[in-house]
Design a protein around this ligand. Structure first.
Ligand code: XMP
Length: 395
């Protein structure tokens, strides 16, 4: 299997789109292309480029049941609204029982990767697709290969890539759930491989897509299984979807009212907020969650603090304290209810580092009161840790 990537394209959206059309027609003319849509900005931009280049494309959305809900709408409904022609493959009944009860974060990721790649392979076979197109972007590639995009060639074989990776093992950060999979296609085709997220947003603006898509917050590949700490169950999944919706929608409303859009580029060049979400578990203070101490990924219990709200002081404290990678500011303590809720809102350029969003206390309190209306909410915390020493997600 080969990988075709558009390398070093012009950055200005109109010129970029022209270059992408030439690239897509060169590699995919007269071929049938499978395009996995996740509902996120990268795969949406990829699909719009394929359409613009008149490539015979099958857009596919895999509904595994662990997608977020935004403003009461399930992701499959959102994607149908954006792209009515999308094929929705529903694997909920088969996939969810497999992941229910699984505690280990890496096993959850593996189950996810397998379900995802098996489903893609099945559709590729049924639909007789020649190529697979995806929304791999610049940080995905640079973190996986440990090299700069300009060190790659437009067309490379998987074998060449593995050898390049092995030579640059020190620059390697993580393997993406959607990379390193050998599909039964001639090649993958990656038109947005040289772009950063803000550049992808510009392409969506060029295509006049609605603000809800252009400024959509990033979402982890393993979806809500990365936000339910410990085992996923059908009960905590329902709860997580509700509390997540409250946090993301309330933060979006605040930014939209203040700035006219749900995300801004702040004076540090960060997308603010890059992600705003809720995570959940029982007894979070007894749970080990991910962090980065001395450059190493760690698994440690968080520290909870309470007292007067002073954003700058609290965030400074949480970035300096030794021995902990995660500091939670206690907003509400209860002896009733089942699930603890962690509110996390971070700003970031490319998710490699992140700062805590300086949300006003009034807004945080508003979120807290909305969360308390959901039955089963127990303790509520606001995560005040930058990355590093924390990671963005908890698993
Ligand atoms: P962390 O938690 O490592 O997350 O600071 C960095 C960014 O990556 C997203 N994330 C993932 N994305 N597969 C993905 O494709 C994964 O397994 C995964 N885990 C985390 C996370 O949402 C953040 O944007």
């Amino acid at each position: 299997m080969l990988n075709h990537r558009l390398i070093n394209p012009p950055r200005e959206p109109e010129k970029f789109v022209k270059a992408a059309i030439t690239f897509l027609q060169k590699h995919a003319k007269d071929k049938k292309v499978f395009c996995a849509l996740s509902g996120g900005i990268d795969s949406s931009a990829t699909y719009l480029l394929l359409k613009e280049a008149n490539i015979n494309t099958i857009p596919v959305f895999i509904d595994h049941g662990l997608m977020r809900i935004i403003r009461g709408g399930e992701e499959r409904e959102n994607i149908k609204k954006l792209f009515p022609e999308v094929m929705v493959v529903d694997i909920r009944e088969k996939f969810l029982p497999k992941i229910y009860g699984e505690e280990d974060a890496e096993v959850k990721r593996k189950l996810f990767k397998d379900a995802y790649s098996d489903t893609i392979s099945k559709v590729i076979k049924e639909e007789k697709c020649d190529l697979l197109s995806d929304g791999t972007i610049l940080p995905d590639i640079e973190e996986s290969f440990g090299v700069k995009i300009s060190d790659l060639k437009e067309t490379m074989s998987l074998k060449e890539e593995v050898s390049l990776k092995n030579k640059n093992i020190r620059g390697f950060v993580k393997s993406q759930h959607n990379l390193d999979i050998e599909y039964d296609v001639e090649a993958t085709i990656q038109p947005v491989a040289s772009l950063t997220k803000p550049e992808v947003r510009k392409i969506l603006e060029y295509f006049k897509m609605p603000n809800e898509l252009v400024y959509r917050k990033a979402f982890p590949g393993p979806a809500l299984s990365a936000r339910i700490i410990g085992p996923v169950t059908s009960e905590n999944l329902k709860f997580e979807k509700k509390v997540h919706d409250i946090v993301e929608s309330t933060v979006d409303d605040y930014y939209t009212e203040k700035f006219g859009k749900p995300m801004v580029i702040n004076d540090k060049g960060e997308q603010e907020p890059f992600q705003a979400f809720a995570a959940t578990t029982t007894d979070v203070l007894l749970r080990k969650v991910t962090g980065i101490i001395n450059g190493q990924r760690t698994y440690e219990v968080p520290l909870s603090i309470k007292g007067e709200w002073d954003f700058e002081k609290l965030v400074h404290f949480s970035s300096q304290i030794k021995g902990y990678a995660r500091i939670l500011y206690e907003l509400y303590e209860s002896h009733e209810g089942i699930y603890d809720v962690l509110i996390r809102s971070i700003n970031s350029i490319d998710a490699r580092t992140a700062s805590v969003t300086n949300l006003p206390l009034d807004l945080i309190e508003e979120i807290k009161y909305k969360l308390l209306e959901i039955p089963d909410t127990k303790n509520i915390y606001f995560d005040i840790t930058p990355k590093p020493p924390a990671t963005i997600e908890y698993v």
